[in-house]
Design a protein around this ligand. Structure first.
Ligand SMILES: *Cc1c(COP(=O)(O)O)cnc(C)c1O
Length: 896
């Protein structure tokens, strides 16, 4: 038996047994639907014996497995075989290998009776899977070689994959980075989310306007998911609560209404260089399994079928709002479907243990709420414990408050989620009762601590009493959680002193900071293979991928001219890749020697894309007015924007129109040439980000101080050696500390002065408040230089008349100054390169591995459990010693 098989046998035939309780122990509500074979006493050892070996990873084995899928999975012949089919066959071959590790992991965690962390999120913006899986399994080189022989280039097949975009922006991407770190660090964990049929809309630009088109990402199937027909749970909506007496105790029974089913789809998430492979379990809605015979009997067969079809609608589309809530009934249904299915699944897994001891629940289960969107999970677990498991209220409450934790993502008041009491009462009548129960227990405590302090009571209450009564989901989340965290130092401090001040005073130890991070696997190793190869070569191994702090060792290399040149060359290569992509997608030719200046993120007033484009106009006017002598000194710039606006967000959509109108004029002005180019890159998503970010030289993170909770793209950019032009907001504050003020461009009003400046803005005449430079720009927009379009004027008006809530006018002059410093440094390529290297090698704090270790130790009390397995130990292998041909050419170019 080879070594791999030995590992497998040890996992597969382990004699450690936990639970396996008889199925009649489950109550019907969260009994998994049983299809197919029931476990029986027959001897199945032969089955497991045959499963003892893993699929091979030598060239021939890989080729055979690809070809096997061409014939047997895709049923293709040579007459109808395309590049896309080749991608599909390859994916299925990789999927087989993922599933081996996935099954081992599930079995091992079960046998070890592991405590698990469950990450609940309405969004997971995972991006493409193929390259990430190959890199994490350490099979990229092997597959590349195997494919080369078959006549395919691996990198070309990467582009055949759809980008699953089941998230809006930072919040969803954070959840995806966290899963990568959880798997890599061997933490027993699950992600729970929704399998939307339509992800975030595809953004098209027509006549400069954003046009939304549906993203039906499942068009060609999805090889990365495993449909679990045997894992589905009943979900109820509407109906009524019946009170019954049972042995002298009043019990609540929720009945009637509609029921549907939630079915599980698992996406295996492989860790890097480990056998551990965790599940992202996404739920899809289906019609209930029983028929409603009464409608059939009344003869309306088609109406009855139509009714059933409606169930599918619930998980059909992701709401495209980033940090605002629309308060729609369908959205509440999505939230409840996610939390009900997930909590039923978690309780079922807990009940599989040998002895049923509810007090052990918090020792085996930690739930993390990604914002308040899944906050109803708190109420749902209470309902299961009280109504179904028949625990008493107080015991149930103790268990719940030891198991849940809540991450806040925003201090913007319009983003704090609230649901009208009448809607909750209609849709989830029993949950509303439980919310009132929680609030009653909590407000009793408040009353004890602050007797008759009505101000405190109304600020802390879960139910907002003014106007139509509303449930404040943040208050519910805080009251129901053990720990509450913000996502950057400055953000957590703001939580404690502003929106959650009263909670902080009452429970100071509940509040923690967990500064966000991003995974270096996707954002360096996959997105920037040339930089990764440089690190491998200079450090002698790829260990830095697991421990970014090792990059510290490169500090001394900054004085090595060869190292600096290598670094510059890699940036050039990535810029070239980007120029090709821009030519293809935007039909604009960029000058590779210009400064690549990038702002990509959701379009939002607080993120101030408006300030950026107004500055571009200012820069354009300067160039137009300059003498030939002056022109020689101007640093050529390519300013690239990308990001989606929520479809109903009028001001954000107008900013896109303004950017495109300005681009039209500047890019077609022959006097300007290469000195300035403006591009709006349509449909910003994870796969585009992987091309854009490694090519960036300046990236802008310029939100008004106190508005961006953390930001995560700032972290991706510095990891790729890009300098930040930014405000002291969110994680920029900590990036500034980590890289040093001499290696970042910081400007603008600081958080402690924002209120004063807003006051000043409101009390000052616009002509005095806005600097001359900006008034001049307004004038050019007014006079139609960028098109006679009323909408362009309206954007200016939105800040012009005492409504500059995000302080564009206040910060503009300082912004111009910072931009000049950027230009000055760019004239010294060597200095520029050194600073960008410092950004890259001092970025280790912003690895999501650091973040996840902090969560595990300080919030979840979770220990890693490594699944025994043949995880390829190729650490010491030094990769990419020789320069590629294109690298050699680039080296020549830079020398001249
Ligand atoms: C990282 C990321 C974001 C978050 O960007 P911020 O600048 O931090 O708001 C949004 N969208 C995508 C596709 C990302 O990869």
């Amino acid at each position: 038996m080879d070594q791999k098989a030995t590992y497998r046998t040890s996992v597969r035939r382990s004699t450690v047994q936990v639970g396996g309780s008889p199925s009649n122990m489950y109550r019907p509500e969260y009994q998994v639907e049983q299809f197919g074979l029931q476990a029986s006493p027959r001897d199945t050892s032969k089955i497991w014996e045959l499963m003892d070996s893993y699929q091979g990873s030598d060239k021939l084995a890989l080729q055979q497995s690809i070809v096997h899928h061409v014939e047997y999975t895709l049923a293709r012949t040579r007459f109808d075989f395309s590049k896309f089919h080749s991608y599909q066959a390859l994916s299925h071959s990789v999927r087989d290998r993922l599933i081996e590790a996935f099954n081992d992991t599930n079995l091992h965690f079960h046998q070890m009776d592991a405590k698990r962390i469950y990450y609940l999120s309405l969004e997971f913006l995972i991006g493409r899977c193929l390259q990430n899986a190959l890199v994490n399994l350490d099979l990229e080189d092997d597959y590349r070689e195997a494919l080369m022989d078959l006549g395919y280039k691996l990198e070309e097949l990467y582009d055949e994959e759809v980008d699953p975009a089941l998230g809006n922006g930072g919040l969803g991407r954070l959840a995806a980075c966290f899963l990568d770190s959880l798997a890599t660090l061997n933490y027993p964990s699950f992600g729970y989310g929704i399998r939307y049929t339509y992800g975030i809309f595809k953004q098209l630009i027509k006549d400069g306007y954003q046009v939304e088109s549906p993203d039906f990402w499942l068009n060609h199937g999805n090889p990365w998911e495993i449909e679990r027909l045997d894992v589905q749970y009943q979900i109820r909506f509407y109906g009524f609560v019946k009170k019954v007496w049972d042995h002298g105790v009043e019990r609540s029974v929720w009945e009637g209404g509609e029921t549907i089913m939630a079915r599980a789809y698992d996406t295996p998430i492989p860790g890097y260089n480990t056998q551990n492979t965790i599940a992202l379990r996404l739920w899809k809605s289906h019609p209930a399994s029983e028929f409603d015979f009464s409608s059939f009997n009344t003869g309306d067969y088609f109406k009855a079928l139509e009714q059933r079809q409606k169930a599918e609608y619930i998980t059909s589309v992701l709401y495209p709002n980033d940090s605002t809530e629309a308060g729609k009934e369908l959205r509440l249904k999505q939230q409840y479907l996610l939390v009900s299915a997930s909590m039923q699944d978690i309780v079922r897994r807990f009940k599989r243990r040998k002895v049923l001891d509810w007090n052990a629940f918090p020792q085996k289960v930690a739930v993390q709420l990604n914002d308040t969107h899944p906050a109803l999970a708190i109420v749902e677990l209470l309902r299961i414990l009280i109504d179904i498991e028949q625990l008493d209220n107080m015991s149930a409450w103790q268990i719940v408050t030891k198991s849940f934790n809540y991450t806040n993502h925003t201090v913007l008041p319009e983003a704090l989620e609230k649901w009208g009491v009448p809607l909750i009462e209609k849709l989830l009548p029993r949950h509303l009762e439980i919310i009132y129960l929680i609030n009653f227990l909590f407000l009793e405590k408040v009353q004890q601590k602050y007797p008759n302090n009505w101000g405190k009571l109304s600020a802390l209450s879960i139910v907002e009493e003014e106007g139509t009564k509303k449930v404040r989901m943040a208050n519910l989340s805080i009251v129901g959680s053990k720990f509450v965290n913000g996502v950057a130092k400055i953000h957590t401090e703001l939580l404690k002193t502003t929106i959650f001040k009263e909670f902080f005073e009452m429970h100071p130890n509940k509040f923690q900071n967990k500064t966000n991070g991003v995974t270096p696997r996707r954002w360096v190793r996959c997105a920037n293979p040339a930089l990764a190869a440089l690190y491998d070569r200079v450090l002698g191994s790829d260990k830095w991928v697991l421990d970014m702090e090792l990059l510290k060792q490169l500090e001394s290399n900054v004085s090595d001219p060869q190292f600096v040149r290598d670094f510059q060359m890699i940036k050039m290569e990535n810029k070239e890749r980007f120029v090709h992509w821009i030519r293809k997608t935007c039909q604009v030719d960029l000058n590779i020697d210009s400064l690549f200046d990038i702002q990509v993120k959701r379009i939002h007033e607080y993120k101030r894309q408006l300030m950026n484009i107004l500055y571009v106009i200012y820069r354009y006017l300067i160039i137009k007015e300059s003498t030939p002598e002056e022109r020689k000194r101007i640093v050529p710039r390519s300013v690239c924007f990308g990001g989606k606006a929520a479809p109903g967000y009028v001001n954000a959509k107008r900013v896109i129109k303004l950017i495109n109108s300005v681009a039209d004029v500047i890019n077609n002005d022959h006097q300007i040439g290469d000195l300035l180019k403006v591009v709006f890159m349509p449909n910003y998503n994870v796969s585009n980000a992987q091309i854009i970010i490694p090519a960036a030289e300046i990236s802008q993170h310029i939100s008004t101080a106190g508005t961006e909770a953390s930001g995560t793209s700032n972290m991706k950019f510095i990891m790729n050696g890009c300098l930040i032009l930014g405000t002291l907001d969110g994680a920029n504050v900590e990036i500034d500390e980590a890289v040093g003020r001499e290696n970042i461009f910081i400007f603008g009003t600081q958080v402690e002065d924002v209120d004063n400046m807003k006051e000043k803005m409101r009390n000052t005449d616009p002509h005095e408040y806005f600097p001359q430079e900006l008034l001049k720009v307004f004038g050019e927009i007014d006079n139609g230089r960028f098109g006679h379009n009323e909408e362009l004027k309206w954007i200016v008006d939105s800040i012009r008349y005492k409504n500059d809530n995000y302080l564009v006018g206040q910060d503009f002059k300082d912004y111009i100054k910072a931009q000049q410093q950027v230009d000055d440094l760019y004239r010294q390529p060597n200095e520029w390169a050194k600073k960008s290297i410092y950004n890259a090698i001092r970025s280790y704090k912003f690895s999501s591995d650091r973040t996840i270790m902090e969560y595990a130790e300080e919030i979840w009390q979770l220990k890693p459990i490594k699944v025994p397995g043949p995880a390829t130990q190729k650490h010491e292998r030094v990769k990419g010693v020789a320069l590629s041909k294109s690298q050699q050419e680039m080296a020549e170019k830079i020398k001249h």
